[in-house]
Ligand binder design. Structure first.
Ligand code: 5GP
Length: 216
């Protein structure tokens, strides 16, 4: 009677560094093996804890620019003087196979993807407060004071773009935040425009038969 579309959903998650996007995504992936996280390319330096080809594909600026010329990215952006980009390869393939694709990207890139693929689900993860954001950035301890300051300033700019997103989730408690993202994904699946087949004739027949039963 009602059949959902077989295509996967394209999910974009953004939010300032320190909002806890990474942790929310990790939890989400643990629970849902039908979500595939796209691995981005970047020209930024490796930080401690980064695993090459897992956290990112680490490229030199030159290599990244060759990728741009060869049209290898669905989108790319510069952030804190470094390139970040989503490789096109595999995304269409996964979506066509019914696998949900998750992009963890910043706001400029998210806007570009939204232009190309308007049905993408854009979720913005917010820290509970600016004080908490500062605490989380400092606690991370992997970067210099200048870099922390620069990330904090970028956070203001990113938060200004929040109205371009479809959903906002405040990450004051990890499990609540993950639950909210899951609820968003569940609600999207129930949207009428995500239904491939809505067999009104069958529904009408069933209503008719039930009415006859009731009137007996
Ligand atoms: P970080 O250096 O902390 O790993 O990431 C910095 C920012 O770049 C984060 O907001 C992250 O979401 C974003 N980012 C990561 N990969 C991509 C990408 O492929 N494209 C864009 N536009 N942003 C990305």
């Amino acid at each position: 009677m009602i059949k959902n579309k077989k295509k996967g959903e394209l999910i974009i998650i953004s939010g300032p560094s320190g909002a806890g996007k990474g942790t929310v995504i990790k939890e989400l992936l643990k629970k849902h093996d039908d979500i595939w996280l796209s691995i981005s390319c970047t020209s930024r330096e490796k930080r401690s804890g980064d695993v090459p080809n897992e956290t990112y594909y680490f490229l030199t600026k030159k290599e990244f620019e060759v990728g741009i010329e060869e049209n290898k990215f669905l989108e790319y952006a510069t952030y804190n003087n470094n390139y970040y980009g989503t490789p096109k390869k595999q995304i269409k393939e996964k979506l066509d196979a019914g696998i949900n694709v998750l992009l963890e990207i910043e706001v400029q890139g998210a806007l570009k993807v939204k232009e190309l693929i308007p049905e993408a689900i854009c979720i913005f993860i917010m820290p509970p407060s600016m004080q908490e954001l500062k605490k989380r950035l400092v606690k991370r301890g992997t970067e210099s004071k200048e870099k922390i300051l620069s990330r904090f300033k970028s956070a203001y700019q990113e938060i200004n773009e929040i109205t371009n997103y479809n959903y906002v989730v405040v990450n004051d408690n990890l499990l609540d935040a993950v639950n909210k993202v899951e609820s968003i994904l569940t609600s999207v699946k129930c949207r009428v425009d995500r239904i491939e087949e809505l067999d009104l004739n069958t529904i009408e027949e069933e209503i008719h038969e039930t009415l006859i039963e009731l009137e007996r």
